[in-house]
Design a protein around this ligand. Structure first.
Ligand SMILES: Nc1ncnc2c1ncn2[C@@H]1O[C@H](COP(=O)(O)OP(=O)(O)OP(=O)(O)O)[C@@H](O)[C@H]1O
Ligand SMILES: [Mg+2]
Length: 225
């Protein structure tokens, strides 16, 4: 079983070495919790060893996104210049019109040898559909298409405790949850490996911080209630 490094220092050890090759994994969290940053760690781990990667954004322009990631010290432009990173800004309507015809709008990149792909975010994509069944069907459609290629996928979603998440959690192989909880007078960020098919994974919530260097785990830190 080939495992791909998540690029988050210390995380691979908690999931038997990394993400399973060809798996589809979800990163769920509140706005600003670090979902996109988590995904960039995963792409950089691949690009460092020469893998081609694709970031599909349903919301953010490349310029803004690259600028924001530069704050963490990630030089995405240099990977793009080296031909390792494709950034594809799409719209909800574009994705929907393609998916409705059983086509992925960014297929050209996948066939160009990409091995790691991010879809940021499923929540935005789902806004294109009103009925929950159409949302689920379109996601299943997308995942089925992705499954045909030798690629490993991370997809983000906003956490939404009230409404469920159009069943996406049942469709994916792995789920990382990012929390931002008020504990006493402070907010603490924690990461949980909620599900990982075929993997003996850690069940602990791990404290993390977002800072220069990106998403940094502090596995030794206990959360005091
Ligand atoms: N230089 C920095 N140092 C520390 N924290 C930072 C820095 N730059 C950004 N942040 C934090 O990172 C957060 C954004 O991270 P990221 O974009 O990965 O989150 P996200 O979950 O993808 O957000 P969204 O839901 O808006 O897409 C900001 O809300 C801020 O708290
Ligand atoms: Mg984001």
């Amino acid at each position: 079983m080939v495992r791909l490094s998540t690029g988050v220092v210390g995380l691979d050890d908690l999931i038997e070495g990394g993400l399973k090759e060809r798996s589809i994994n979800l990163v769920v969290g509140q706005p600003g919790s670090g979902k996109s940053t988590f995904c960039i760690h995963f792409l950089i781990a691949g690009m460092k060893v020469g893998e081609k990667c694709l970031f599909v954004s349903v919301e953010e322009t490349k310029e803004k996104f690259f600028d924001n990631m530069a704050r963490f010290g990630f030089d995405l432009k240099s990977y793009e210049d080296a031909g390792l990173l494709y950034y594809h800004k799409t719209t909800v309507n574009e994705l929907r019109s393609f998916l409705d015809q059983s086509v992925i709008s960014f297929e050209q990149f996948i066939t160009d040898g990409v091995t790691r792909i991010i879809i940021d975010s499923a929540t935005a994509l789902m806004l294109a559909y009103n009925a929950e069944t159409s949302q689920r069907n379109s996601l299943m459609n997308l995942f089925e298409k992705l499954g045909k290629f030798p690629i490993t996928t991370l997809i983000t979603a906003e956490s939404d405790e009230g409404q469920g998440r159009f069943g996406v959690e049942y469709l994916v192989d792995g789920i990382f949850r990012l929390y931002y909880r008020k504990i006493g007078q402070e907010r603490v960020r924690t990461l949980e490996i909620f599900k990982m098919r075929g993997t003996d994974h850690s069940k602990q919530e791990i404290v993390y911080r977002l800072s220069k260097g990106g998403l940094i785990l502090y596995p030794g830190e206990k959360i005091l209630a």
